[in-house]
Write a protein that binds this ligand. Structure first.
Ligand code: CA
Length: 397
């Protein structure tokens, strides 16, 4: 069974009105995903997703100009040698970012094919699941335009949103910090704590918006408010700074979404830079690399919770890997985020996450089911795919 055709779909969903938001760093006016479709000469189809952030045009170009000529005609089930070959090809010029983003979507699509060929979900081929559901946390408390002009009013808007997640059945939220002054953001996080109470799990994500000094001040305040983790306090290059923060602060440091492959993750782990490692399966090298990162994390006794941001395809791939994350450490009583994974579930408007994929996973209160069908366990709604496709790419044998 050989690779016959590689297609890519650059999807764009514009956000309007109140659906627009700011992360800790930048405004979001749309959501983008690069979806990869691989077809074999037997007619089996696999789906994947490449990259996390906008823009993704260069990743699409890389797939067709650089990777496709090295893949067409090759055995589709040989995920391991193909990964090795593609990574080795780009080693001298691209050990991170675009080449690995591109490789990730290809690898996920090939795992989807492997599962469909075997009639089993990906997690079964990876050795079997530790769980068939996972507790989700709501990623939210983003910034709106009005927060920039009225930072003092931001706290009451956070209170309202946190209460809505509580009422929707969540017991864990991750909120954004870093765009306003440290004082205003601490006030926002106080408001969230006040809204949901002491038993509720709260985390924060700074999208590397701080320098070391500000991160220390904010991290101390978050620890006092009982926040569970402080995600990406510093720029991803400042591994040493993260390691220092980790020893200075009481709060756990999370990170890894901007890092690539086992080699990048090894730098974080060796330096002692993170308490929780957060690879993104659509960027770090795909499911093949995800497995190696899991093995590496166990050697450093570090729990893994995937970073998840893309379409329903990316979420499904992350769910498949989440099924095989071992509890850290082993326990008869798994507790999400403590010794067992908790799953990132972004709550901003994104039709690519909610409408593109049919079946596979459902959220009930705060629990997500892990897809049980063959491969990724999902179907693609081709009408939705067409509707949001801005640029299509194709490479054929
Ligand atoms: Ca993040």
């Amino acid at each position: 069974m050989n690779i016959e055709r590689i297609e890519t779909f650059l999807l764009k969903a514009a956000l309007t009105g109140n659906d627009r938001f700011y992360s800790s760093q930048a405004p979001f006016g749309d959501r983008n995903s690069l979806v990869v479709k691989i077809t074999t000469d037997d007619g089996l189809v696999g789906w994947g997703e490449s990259g996390v952030s906008m823009p993704l045009e260069h990743v699409q170009t890389y797939i067709h100009d650089i990777l496709a000529p090295r893949l067409l005609g090759k055995p589709a089930l040989a995920t391991e040698p193909l990964w090795h070959e593609l990574y080795a090809f780009s080693r001298d010029f691209g050990r991170k970012a675009t080449p690995v983003d591109a490789l990730s979507g290809i690898d996920i699509a090939l795992w989807d094919i492997r599962g469909k060929e075997a009639g089993k979900p990906v997690h079964a081929l990876m050795g079997g699941a530790y769980r068939d559901t996972v507790r989700a946390y709501a990623t939210g408390l983003y910034y709106r335009e009005e927060d920039l002009t009225d930072p003092k009013g931001a706290a009451s808007r956070v209170r309202e949103e946190a209460t809505a997640y509580l009422e929707a059945g969540f017991s864990a939220i991750k909120g954004k910090i870093g765009l306003l002054t440290a004082r205003d953001d601490i006030r926002r996080m106080e408001a969230a704590r006040d809204a949901v109470g002491d038993e509720f799990m709260l985390m924060t994500d700074a999208n590397h918006a701080y320098n070391r000094h500000t991160a220390r001040t904010v991290g101390n305040a978050l620890h006092e408010l009982g926040y569970w983790w402080f995600e990406e306090p510093l720029v991803p290059e400042d591994i040493e700074g993260c390691a220092a923060l980790r020893s200075e602060l009481g709060i756990a440091i999370a990170g890894g979404e901007c890092e690539y492959t086992r080699y990048g993750m090894m730098d974080l782990l060796r330096a002692g830079a993170v308490d929780i490692l957060q690879p993104d399966i659509s960027a770090c090298g795909g499911l093949s690399e995800g497995q190696k990162i899991l093995a590496l994390a166990t050697a450093f006794h570090t729990p893994v919770c995937c970073h998840v941001w893309g379409s329903g395809v990316a979420a499904s791939a992350a769910l498949q890997l989440t099924a095989v994350i071992p509890p850290t450490p082993h326990t008869a009583a798994p507790r999400a985020a403590e010794n067992d994974p908790i799953f990132e579930y972004d709550r901003t408007r994104n039709p690519l996450r909610d409408d593109l994929v049919v079946g596979g996973f459902q959220l009930v209160d705060e629990t997500l089911s892990i897809p049980q069908g063959p491969g990724l366990g999902i179907e693609i709604d081709t009408d939705v795919l067409e509707q949001f496709t801005r640029k299509r790419g194709e490479s054929k044998r």
